[in-house]
Design a protein around this ligand. Structure first.
Ligand code: COA
Length: 198
């Protein structure tokens, strides 16, 4: 599966074993991944998932992960999972992203999150897509804003990292926001996001 937009240097696609080698060469550390280091992980997690075949992807999946490729190279990954508010089904999805250090600061994170948002509004019935990041993670905050997310508020003491409770900023985009942008013309390319399988 490949998802991109015409002229976009970034595409989202399934992981390959070559990607696993890049991940294994770039394990998260406190230095390189301050905002996404929550402890030591056993290396080769993604490789084992791929080798075991993993669960088959289903249409409309509200849980998933895709590799981010930019200018022909693997630079990281995006993931998503459902979140629930209230007793009446109101499908919402929380997204996450992590780029290897060499892929950062080149606009790829912004494009990957923009593409993932378009993909999820196109292929799931989610009404709301959200992402939370540390109040000090300015790169992710700016990246989400550039990808069309609105800053919604602070979740105080909501995640534990570096031996203390930290505040998160919540960002969100609703289907109504998305449709409004599309109607205004800037997302007119949405329907051409899919390319042939590779
Ligand atoms: C966060 C991340 C996804 C952002 O993607 P990226 O490709 O590096 O970011 P972009 O190049 O798209 O830049 C986004 C914006 O943030 C700005 N930015 C980058 N680093 C910044 C910093 N330290 N302070 C302030 N702004 C910063 C950039 O200047 C850019 O804004 P601009 O275009 O207005 O100049 C990526 O850096 C990453 O994976 N980091 C490590 C893992 C992580 O933090 N994941 C998110 C956890 S919630």
């Amino acid at each position: 599966m490949t998802f991109t937009l015409p002229g976009n240097p970034v595409l989202l696609r399934s992981y390959t074993l070559e990607d696993c080698a890049v991940l294994e060469a770039n394990p998260a550390t406190l230095d390189s991944d301050r905002f996404s280091f929550f402890g030591v992980q056993t290396p080769g997690r993604m490789r084992r998932q791929l080798e075991s075949g993993g669960p088959p992807a289903q249409y409309g999946d509200v849980t998933g992960q895709l590799a981010v490729e930019a200018e022909g190279s693997f630079v990281g990954g995006v993931s998503w999972h459902p979140v629930h508010y209230g007793p009446i089904p109101a499908p919402a999805i929380n997204i996450g992203i992590g780029l290897v250090p060499a892929g950062r600061g080149k606009g790829y994170g912004t494009e990957a999150q923009r593409l993932l948002t378009i993909y999820l509004f196109s292929c799931t019935t989610a009404y709301r897509i959200e992402a939370a990041t540390d109040v000090e993670n300015l790169a992710e905050q700016r990246s989400l804003e550039k990808a069309g997310f609105l800053r919604e508020g602070i979740l105080r003491g909501s995640h534990y990292r570096e031996g203390k409770y930290n505040d998160l900023v919540m960002y969100g985009i609703t289907r109504a926001d998305f449709e409004e942008t599309r109607a205004a013309g800037s997302a007119a390319k949405v329907s051409t996001g899919f390319t042939a399988a590779r």
